[in-house]
Design a protein around this ligand. Structure first.
Ligand code: 6PG
Length: 477
């Protein structure tokens, strides 16, 4: 036994993580259900480091140093359970199974509890950064026990991305905390992608910019506070010309967005936790709606907006307004994600360092962005921070964005350009800042038709009004 780590499941993510471990001097046992993949890896990449190819699971387990550390990189769901069931009888107490797939955190909690009974550590680990990140340094979000992290953490930190010399990897919390945080990362990713897409659509439809011009605008934004991987790749995509037709690439792609489901999980889970992640939800629904061809066909002939595009001489102003709206909405979407993590930490008893989450997302992952360092700093300065808007500089920026943000959302409504995520972010902001909400009326309605009772603003207690009776006496219940 000489491998410090093993990887089973050698599709592109697993293969690249195995190579990443090898590049950092670890001896890596590699295994795949179909051995051809293992052979391919060895043929192509053996020269990159020390690999121990294993054709059977027995060989794989025998190749691992104790306590064994094996990473499974297979499709989330049943495939993961199948691999766990296959390997568990060969493992011994103290060994560690690291699941680096996009597992649902509830599955991770279940698996962790079952394996803990057998003395095996199960470390559900979020890995972000796509193929390139897996190879050159992803952002890594391990859950599981503190004991497992003590052994495993240094290895994962070594292969993770680094920003300012700090690894983009930290122990998130026990059992499913790592996969939960990865799920929310993806929910935020959905929101960020949708917001950027709405900004593009506004610049295309309201100011009549070409995709190539919008690419340049995004490149400019990427020099400022919006500096992020997603803005950067968006500029590349918009600048790309389809070689077959000579058309802008964006115009030849079918406008029906797919998803593997982590955004959907985020929204489903948020409903259970009571976390109001409205921008993430709208982004998820926007993908779903885009793919409903029959519904779109039924609506297509309906009238839209009433205003013409903005005049050429006003275009620069509109572009700057969209930048404000995008930034403000992005801050809200991220804030919603953090609220959800805080809610889950309370629900599941996870001790999550909210600043560290921002720190490890500064590099490697899909939502890496310059402003995450400010989120990190905000939490470091105030560990009890309830919202980014409770921090001075974010509050000042959002206050500053008021007029442009509202004008962009109003322009979109006037012109019939759909901005579900911009609108949801602004509505969330207005909801939370309101002195009084019409929730009072909801309570009245609930009490009227269902005797669901209400609280009063002027005295404590629970009340019911006898709506059907003359004089409608109120009783305290
Ligand atoms: C990452 C990504 C990745 C995700 C898909 C996108 O962090 O590297 O979030 O984990 O699975 O790239 O998922 P959808 O297919 O749901 O858009």
């Amino acid at each position: 036994a000489r491998a410090q780590i093993g990887v089973t499941g050698l599709a592109v993510m697993g293969r690249n993580l195995a190579r990443n471990f090898a590049h950092h001097g670890y001896t890596v046992a590699v295994h795949n259900r179909t051995p051809a993949r293992t052979r391919e890896l060895i043929e192509e990449f053996n020269h990159e480091g020390a690999f121990v190819p294993a054709e059977s699971i027995e060989e794989f387990v025998a190749a691992l140093e104790r306590p064994r550390r094996m990473m499974i990189m297979v499709k989330a769901g049943e495939a993961t359970d199948a691999v766990i069931d296959e390997f568990t009888p060969l493992l011994e107490p103290g060994d560690m199974i690291i699941d680096g797939g996009n597992a649902h955190f509830a599955d991770t909690r279940r698996r962790e509890a079952a394996l803990r009974e057998r003395g095996i550590h199960f470390v559900g680990t979020g890995v972000s950064g796509g193929e390139e990140g897996a190879l050159n340094g992803p952002s890594i979000m391990p859950g599981g026990s503190v004991d497992a992290y003590a052994v495993l953490g240094p290895m994962l930190e070594t292969i993770s991305a680094h920003v300012d010399g700090e690894p983009c990897c930290t122990h998130i919390g026990s059992d499913g905390a790592g996969h939960f945080v990865k799920m929310v990362h993806n929910g935020i990713e959905y929101a960020d992608m949708q917001l950027i897409s709405e900004a593009y659509d506004l610049l295309r439809q309201v100011t009549d910019h070409t995709p190539a011009e919008i690419a340049e605008i995004f490149r400019g934004w990427n020099e400022g506070r919006l500096d992020s991987y997603l803005i950067e790749i968006t500029a590349d995509i918009l600048a790309h010309t389809d070689p077959a037709t000579g058309q802008p690439f964006i115009d030849i792609v079918a406008d029906a967005a797919g998803q593997k489901g982590t955004g959907r999980w985020t929204v489903q889970t948020a409903l259970d936790l009571g976390s109001p992640v409205t921008a993430i939800a709208q982004a998820t629904f926007a993908r779903v709606a885009s793919s409903r061809g029959e519904l779109r066909a039924a609506y297509r002939a309906m009238p839209g907006g009433i205003r013409p595009p903005v005049r050429h001489d006003e275009a620069a102003r509109f572009v700057s307004q969209v930048e404000h709206a995008l930034y403000a909405s992005k801050v809200i979407a991220y804030d919603q994600g953090w609220t959800m993590i805080r809610d889950a930490a309370a629900e599941y008893g996870w001790d999550i360092d909210l600043g560290a989450v921002a720190r490890i997302w500064r590099g490697g992952c899909i939502i890496r962005a310059a402003f995450l360092d400010r989120i990190r700093a905000a939490h470091a300065a105030n560990p009890g921070l309830v919202s980014l808007l409770a921090e001075e500089t974010f509050a000042a920026e959002i206050a500053d964005a008021q007029v442009p943000w509202r004008e962009v959302v109003a322009s979109a409504a006037h012109r019939g350009v759909p901005t579900p995520a911009f609108s949801a972010a602004l509505a969330y902001y207005d909801t939370l800042r309101a002195e009084r909400l019409p929730a009072a009326l909801i309570q009245g309605q609930r009490d009227y038709f269902g005797a669901h009772t209400y609280q009063r603003t002027d005295r404590p207690g629970t009340f019911h009004t006898h709506w059907a009776q003359p004089g409608r006496p109120e009783t305290e219940v």
